[in-house]
Write a protein that binds this ligand. Structure first.
Ligand code: 13P
Length: 256
């Protein structure tokens, strides 16, 4: 049984002050939660204050990106040792917004992934097709390309430390969620790919989150699918009541 994992991707939102406020609310709402991994991913500028606010809580801290070199002349980048030193445990890699707006490729995703693993951070690697690709029946080709390219050269042992996120680009921030059946179909496909690329034990243990307009209303049906192990939440993670409701729905499923 894979432990559900709900992560909030705050994207370009929340000043350090606002982050502390949101985290304090989340801590109150989620203090009793067990059996679900909970992660918040504020922007870099709020990580230090977020780490302080999260001390001794059951919520883990994640970053939204990582550079592959540890240090050097790379203006504007943030490295694994810097994140580790702050108490960061997770890092989102290859989000579609990075692929779309910042020229992220499978190759750079792979380099960032290796850096995260090298520094003991849990990577959340994102894959997903856009609307044109879905409409052209290219969804599985794109997922295969993203998965094979991003995970290239990883050992089975390392792959077991990775979390994957399926985020159809057409469902991100649009209010258009993939139906549970649409999402399940792709998650099952990803699990088959993991058998081919690695082995059955990797495929059985790797958690695959769904992301794209997840809300307290639709989470139960999504996470009720056999191959959906959690959610990567954007908009609904910016308010404590909605993020907490999503976590609690995942917990309820875990207990039932
Ligand atoms: P929304 O939940 O706002 O659609 O964003 C999803 C996402 O991109 C999470 O990484």
């Amino acid at each position: 049984m894979r432990k559900p994992i709900i992560a909030g991707n705050w994207k370009l939102n929340k000043t350090p002050h606002e982050a502390i406020g949101l985290i304090n609310e989340l801590k109150r709402e989620l203090v009793d939660v067990e059996g679900v991994d909970m992660v918040v991913c504020p922007p870099f500028t709020a990580l230090a204050d977020a780490a302080d606010a999260l001390t001794e809580s059951n919520i883990a801290l994640g970053a939204q990106n990582i550079f592959w070199e540890d240090a050097g002349a790379f203006t504007g980048e943030v490295s694994g040792p810097m994140l580790k030193d702050l108490g960061v445990a997770y890092v989102i890699i290859g989000h579609s917004e990075r692929r779309q707006f910042f020229h992220e490729t499978n190759e750079t995703v792979n380099k960032r992934l290796r850096a995260a693993l090298k520094h003991g951070l849990t990577p959340i690697v994102c894959v997903g097709e856009n609307l044109a690709q879905r409409e052209a029946n290219k969804t599985f080709d794109i997922i295969k390309d993203h998965a094979e390219g991003s995970l290239s050269g990883l050992s089975a042992e390392d792959m077991k430390k990775v979390v994957l996120a399926y985020e159809p680009v057409w469902a991100i921030g649009t209010g258009k969620t993939a139906t549970p059946a649409q999402a399940q179909e792709v998650h099952a496909f990803i699990r088959q790919l993991l058998i081919k690329i690695f082995n059955a034990s990797v495929a059985e243990s790797v958690r695959i989150q769904y992301g794209g307009s997840v809300t307290p209303e639709n989470i139960a049906a999504l996470i009720g699918q056999p191959d959906i192990d959690g959610a990567l939440v954007g908009g609904a993670s910016l308010k404590a009541p909605s993020f907490a409701a999503i976590v609690k729905a995942a917990q309820k499923l875990e207990i039932s």
